[in-house]
Design a binder for this molecule. Structure first.
Ligand SMILES: Nc1ncnc2c1ncn2[C@@H]1O[C@H](COP(=O)(O)OP(=O)(O)OP(=O)(O)O)[C@@H](O)[C@H]1O
Ligand SMILES: [Mg+2]
Length: 399
């Protein structure tokens, strides 16, 4: 069985069932290393409805996003390579796609123009996920955002995204074969599916609902409202895959789609379980801020005969200073101004949670019963109270 291929084809069909099964829009993100066949999956998904002009990339969305979304209303949008997206807009784009609403605009007369709306599923891929992208720019995704786009780790550990090769000598040749075929054979499955579906609409709607419920019943997931939101999205995909099989349009057997998509769902669940908790997120955000700014926004503090820092200081002009770094007890300590810590380092998260976690894990230098401490004495400067993060948080130490 080709789990990811069944998933891709079923997902491509599933957008058409969103309305009948009353499921909110949302996305899936196939994550894995380079050259394992992620984009190949997208080519296969695109071929369900048409030629490669439907193959969109995150980069191509930009300002055209709303238009692209509208064209895919009640269907499935295929987007390649999240690494090409604008990192600073990622969270908003995912929100817009999944929620189905464009930006509100007013015309020259300042009357509100109608906001565009749509309902769609989307398939994306990349070597990293939304959470990692946001963290790389010091943002933290809210739980709801990561639910709008469900990660599916795709490397089977055998032949990239494929669990077997059938008659092909390598994963690479199988991938190239699929891309090649998609180039010439496309567009018929989607149309045939719709034709069959509407031929006996009320019966097929019931069948779709039957498969949808069947999928949900088979999955032994905790009864959690967040999980069940994502479960419904996977169940919709399974229902489309089973219907395609019942209509005799695909070569897989009854139940294959349910099984394949259940495996994808379980991969999502496992990946989510291994996800960071709020407190781990907070530590990561502080760490990432220091890593990004340690040379540019921390002034090396000279006290007594202590060396300036464990590392050479390249940048002596400090603009927009976040604080000081000072070498003590064989590691750098980063002293951060409280306001900078609250408003910048902990943007989007609770700064007290971050401080508690830093203190509990031993990454904070602090006075008894406090989170802060005074800057070490420096004859020329006052000694403000600051939050002092130990370099150990970054994995630094001279031991
Ligand atoms: N499962 C696989 N096993 C081995 N090689 C593969 C596999 N899938 C794809 N390749 C090779 O990698 C090339 C790129 O395939 P594809 O674009 O699908 O990979 P990708 O996972 O999207 O890679 P990237 O992360 O670079 O975007 C193919 O032309 C093929 O040569
Ligand atoms: Mg790719």
């Amino acid at each position: 069985m080709f789990k990811m291929l069944i998933f891709a084809v079923s997902l491509s069909l599933a957008g058409t069932l969103l309305k009948d099964l009353n499921v909110p829009g949302g996305g899936f993100h196939v994550v894995g290393g380079s050259s394992i066949g992620k984009s190949t999956i997208n080519h296969v998904a695109v071929s369900v409805w048409g030629d490669r002009s439907r193959f969109k990339t995150w980069r191509s969305t930009g300002n055209a996003l709303e238009q692209i979304a509208l064209i895919h209303n009640d269907n499935t949008l295929i987007l390649d390579e999240i690494g090409e997206a604008n990192k600073y807009e990622m969270d908003n784009i995912v929100y817009m796609l999944a929620n189905g609403t464009g930006k509100e605009r007013s015309n020259k007369g300042f009357e509100n123009r109608e906001t565009k709306t749509w309902r769609l599923l989307f398939l994306s891929n990349g070597e990293i996920d939304l959470r990692s992208i946001m963290q790389s720019i010091g943002k933290s995704p809210k739980d709801g955002q990561t639910l709008q786009i469900a990660n599916i780790p795709a490397d089977t550990g055998k032949f990239g995204v494929f669990e077997n090769l059938h008659e092909f000598p390598s994963g690479s040749e199988l991938a190239d074969h699929l891309k090649d075929k998609a180039e010439y054979h496309h567009g018929s499955l989607g149309m045939a599916f719709i034709e069959k579906y509407i031929e006996n609409h009320s019966r097929n709607k019931e069948r779709a609902k039957f498969f949808f419920d069947e999928f949900k019943n088979r999955i032994q997931a905790e009864n959690d409202s967040q999980v069940s939101r994502v479960l419904s999205r996977f169940a919709l995909v399974a229902a489309a895959g089973e219907l395609a099989s019942e209509f005799g349009l695909v070569s897989w057997e009854p139940e294959d789609a349910i099984k394949a998509i259940a495996e994808c769902f379980n991969s999502w669940l496992e990946d989510r379980g291994s996800g960071n908790t709020e407190t781990e997120e907070a530590l990561n955000q502080v760490k990432s801020f220091i890593e990004r700014n340690e040379d540019s926004r921390f002034e090396a503090l000279q006290t007594g005969s202590q060396p300036l820092s464990s590392q050479p200081v390249f940048n002596t002009v400090i603009r927009d200073k976040a604080g000081f770094k000072h070498y003590e007890n064989r590691q750098d300590v980063y002293y951060i101004y409280p306001e900078t810590f609250k408003n910048e380092v902990c943007k989007g998260i609770c700064y007290k949670t971050a401080l508690s976690e830093l203190r509990e894990k031993g990454f904070l230098k602090h006075d008894a019963d406090r989170f802060d401490c005074k800057l070490p004495s420096n004859s020329t400067k006052k000694r403000p109270r600051m939050y002092a993060i130990l370099g150990e948080l970054l994995g630094e130490s001279d031991d």
